[in-house]
Structures are given as structure tokens and as C-alpha cells.
Design a protein around this ligand. Structure first.
Ligand code: SF4
Ligand code: SF4
Length: 191
């Protein structure tokens, strides 16, 4: 989406597919209609939405190794504030991409020592029950699908439970709000 620091996006345009752009009514995990058809690049570069101008993934900011550009790594990585702490967000370019990539697993393990890591794929971006995983620094892994949570240690399920009531409510409200913004943006585009 943008260029900055010593690195440039080059042939990568993964964020244009993986990220949500409410101004365009574009759900995460879907190609943007403005992506150039003959290679990486934005067809409305001069007038692209502010979120596209501002976005810089972790790699573009100078973290990770040169070889880990998102299109090569197969995942988009960002640090997100959660309360007063940080969480590593990993969005996979393809379902199953984490288990298939020793390089991505090594990067995640490095960050996991100091913060939770949330791994998701966007095969079904508007599905409120789409599964995701959270890897915690203490070794626990949580696999969340809809409102169910499996807790694993060393690859074995040690507990299964429902998300707490408050989390379920917040999650449903966020999904409803997100859907409303996407529909509103789509209506404006069609107006
Ligand atoms: S994912 Fe990162 S490197 Fe790739 S286009 Fe987006 S900002 Fe640039
Ligand atoms: S408007 Fe341009 S920069 Fe923004 S997502 Fe679409 S192609 Fe990427």
C-alpha cells in the first residue's frame, strides 16, 4: 500500500488483498478492485484512501529479515496494541500457511516469547465463526471457532469451553458494526 524507510513494497501487494478497507467497502481477504491487473500497484495511487496511505506492515517498517517480505513469507505481520501490551497479528495468505512454513513458525516463536500471537486466515472474511488461533507466551495455544475455545498444551487438548459472555457480546457487536460499515460504503459507491 505504501512506501517508507529503507524498504519499499516492490512486487508485494499482499496487504491490498488481505486487509479490510471500509472506505471502499472491501472486506479483508478479497482483492481490491483498484489493484493493477498487470502487476503490483494501485490504480488510484494519487487518491487512494487514507488508510492505504498510512499502512505499513511490520516488514516495511524495518522489522524481520529482508527475505521475509509478506508476499514471499505468505503472511502479513503487524504489532497491535491490546490494552497496554502488544500482540503480534499474523494474517495468512493461504489457509494452512502457518503449518506449512518453518520460516513463519520460527518468526512466530521468537515473538511469542514476549507477547501473544494471533493467527488467522481470511478464507471466509465475513464468516463470524471463522476459526483463528492464539499462541500464548506460557506455551498455551487457543483454537477459537465461533464461540468455542479449545485450549492445547504440547499439541494436546486440555480444555474446551465457550467464550465468556462479555467477549461473546463484544464480538457480535464488532461484527455487526463492521458489516454495517461495509454495507454503507458499498451503498455510497453504488450511489
Ligand atoms: S504487505 Fe507490506 S510490503 Fe507488502 S505491499 Fe503491503 S505494506 Fe508493502
Ligand atoms: S486502493 Fe490501492 S492501495 Fe488501497 S487497497 Fe486498493 S489497490 Fe491497495
Amino acid at each position: 500500500m505504501s512506501e517508507g524507510g529503507a524498504r519499499v513494497c516492490g512486487a508485494c501487494s499482499l496487504c491490498c488483498t488481505l486487509l479490510r478497507v471500509d472506505e471502499l467497502g472491501k472486506p479483508g481477504g478479497t482483492s481490491c478492485v483498484h489493484q493493477c491487473s498487470d502487476g503490483p500497484g494501485c490504480g488510484i495511487h494519487a487518491t487512494r484512501p487514507s488508510i492505504c496511505r498510512a499502512y505499513r506492515c511490520l516488514w516495511l517498517q524495518g522489522s524481520l529479515e529482508d527475505q521475509d517480505r509478506p508476499d514471499r513469507l505468505g503472511a502479513l505481520l503487524d504489532l497491535r496494541p491490546v490494552g497496554e501490551a502488544l500482540r503480534l497479528e499474523v494474517v495468512l495468505a493461504e489457509p494452512g500457511g502457518f503449518d506449512a512454513s518453518p520460516r513463519l513458525q520460527a518468526i512466530v516463536e521468537r515473538y511469542r516469547g514476549s507477547m501473544p500471537v494471533r493467527i488467522t486466515d481470511l478464507a471466509a472474511p465475513l464468516d463470524p465463526d471463522a476459526p483463528f488461533r492464539v499462541l500464548l507466551p506460557d506455551g498455551e495455544e487457543q483454537r477459537v471457532a465461533g464461540e468455542r475455545v479449545q485450549r492445547l498444551r504440547a499439541g494436546r487438548v486440555v480444555a474446551e469451553q465457550r467464550l465468556p459472555w462479555l467477549e461473546r457480546r463484544v464480538r457480535r457487536l464488532l461484527l455487526a458494526w463492521s458489516g454495517f460499515r461495509l454495507r454503507r460504503a458499498a451503498r455510497r459507491r453504488g450511489a
